[in-house]
Design a protein around this ligand. Sequence first.
Ligand SMILES: C[S@@+](CC[C@H](N)C(=O)[O-])C[C@H]1O[C@@H](n2cnc3c(N)ncnc32)[C@H](O)[C@@H]1O
Length: 275
Amino acid sequence: MSRQSAEGNAAGAGTGSGADTTWDAGLYDRSFGFVSAFATDMVDLLAPEPGERIVDLGCGTGKLTAAIAARGAEVIGIDGDAAMVQRARALHPHLTFQHADGRDFAIEGHADAVFSNAALHWMKEDPPGVIACVARALRPGGRFVAEMGAYRNVRIITDALYQALAEEGVPAEAVDFPWYFPRTSHYVGLLEDGGFDVTQLRYFARPTPLDDCPNGLADWIDMFGGNFTDAAPPGRVPTVIERTIELTRDRLCPDGRWVTDYTRLRFVAVKVSEG
Ligand SMILES: C[S@@+](CC[C@H](N)C(=O)[O-])C[C@H]1O[C@@H](n2cnc3c(N)ncnc32)[C@H](O)[C@@H]1O
């Protein structure tokens, strides 16, 4: 998770997935615009209709919120991070953003759809609670359309981080793994238990280039891997990052272009009508 003070520096503190952490929202937009850019077809999958009420859960700086609003829907962007919400409001003053946790948000009335991109895997503390909250926000028959990091997401990177830390004498248990990357079957079970019918589902590998990151994987670790670098012994963060780069370079940067090993879970689920 990025830190407000973390640009070019992996130091910092925070749990990475709660609602009170602070992302570097400017750095996120400058170097990690691919997160929302890769998801523009998610808006097609959502297929917002003019006049529909839609929640964008974990909206970040609001790029996709704005894309949904551009289709004529009434959108509420919700995010657990104050810096993200502040930047979203500044960039899109005509849109509505709420600072709230995905496990505990509420809207007035009901939404026709809840949308979420690249955010559910950060809400690792209580995935069934997040799904329950989404269900409460939706009208019967409303849809939950989302993409999230999936089983084995960034496994090459995290294996290398664990190895680099182990070489510094840090055991794996010292790392608070920041994400929830569920197996497809597990997450489908949670959705069904939470009152949804899953009508579309796709698990896929999406190799993701870091073309806007001047320092390649080091920037990615700086933005998202703070829980790993926080576990490094004092003064050893640069060594851990350099070693991680060394361990992954052959597979993720064979030709001088960093391409991360993302896997995604994308789904459409419909809230079962009561009665
Ligand atoms: C990788 S960003 C994705 C942002 C945006 N959806 C996009 O596509 O660019 C993940 C977002 O999830 C938010 N998030 C993480 N945990 C959260 C929680 N428990 N409740 C609400 N938002 C959360 C973060 O603050 C962050 O803005």
